[in-house]
Design a protein around this ligand. Sequence first.
Ligand code: GLA
Length: 376
Amino acid sequence: MTHGLTDTAAHDPVATGVWFAPGRVNLIGEHTDYNDGFVLPFALPQRAVVTAAPATGARSRVRSAQEAEPVEFSAVTATPGDVPGWAGYVAGTCWAFREAGHPIGEVDLELDSDVPVGAGLSSSAALECAVGVALADLAGIEPGRTELARIARRAENEFVGAPTGGMDQMASMHGRAGHLVFLDTRDDTVELVPFDLHAHGLELLVIDTRAPHAHADGEYGARRADCERAARELGLPALRDATTADLDRLDDDRIRRRARHVVTENHRVLAVVELLSTGADPRDIGPLLDASHTSMRDDFEITVPHVDVAVEAAREGGAVGARMTGGGFGGCVIALCEASGTGRVVAAVESAYAARGWTAPAVFAGTPSDGAGRLS
Ligand code: GLA
């Protein structure tokens, strides 16, 4: 089945309800999604929850449990530039929904979320996707998960103005409990890969470094520009098409290293998928997680001391593999650990942080969970 306007199905519009969409962690495949490459995220149990109903007033109104004041806007006419701040994710999704050819009316929305903001766990994608599934049910249509993810991404890119790829929204829409979302971003093909760590006595820790995010937006755009330049210089549609041999054709050292990260990271994603889908011991992916981190640190240069120290300490504490996850310049680290050894890993990271006078990180177990849907 293809997802798009042609497969839009109709059902009775819903009068009111509660919908959710999760944040995500990326197991591996960083900064590959805007290069037509491969990613392997999973949806988290942490989620944005939206209560929605047709508006009682003349305009739409959104209230958030995390914000002091509600915001009014028009879901029917808002265009990029009209709604600044946090409500822009909501208004942007309404705008992108209409742009995709689905008319909507004004809505009243109440938001709540336990996805940490600014931690690289896609709190914004969770919000956009939750609003997207709510709008679809209120309008009585079923655009399909990939179409809704594209609508949510368009809100992020064109309304909010963040030049991201599509991984976060696809993970939030397509997540499944106990599975990874293996996504080919060239054509948005999704394959769910079973990921049952507990059966192997393992745990995936998510370590929120709470590192201050400095210049993350500008640096993200700069990496994207470097990748596009590399593809252009190689005469390729995207870095997805580059081989290791192609890298020698790039003269500029920085551009070559950026491209090398993307080429090798795509290989690592495929290697992880191969291992996990052929029944290998998940411990075997540890070295690939480590190599991904080294590549992000040295070639793509998107890590910061808080992140590198957490990765290093996690390994010293016994993790079988660790890497930064997400866009970079702060955010979270994931550490694949023996379930019996998580205490040692956490203690090692905490003591490395304490020795530097840094705030202790927040740690939780990353459990692959279901993608967006209706709660009631
Ligand atoms: C952010 C972006 C994603 C992706 C990652 C890096 O999370 O939103 O599209 O590019 O960074 O892998």
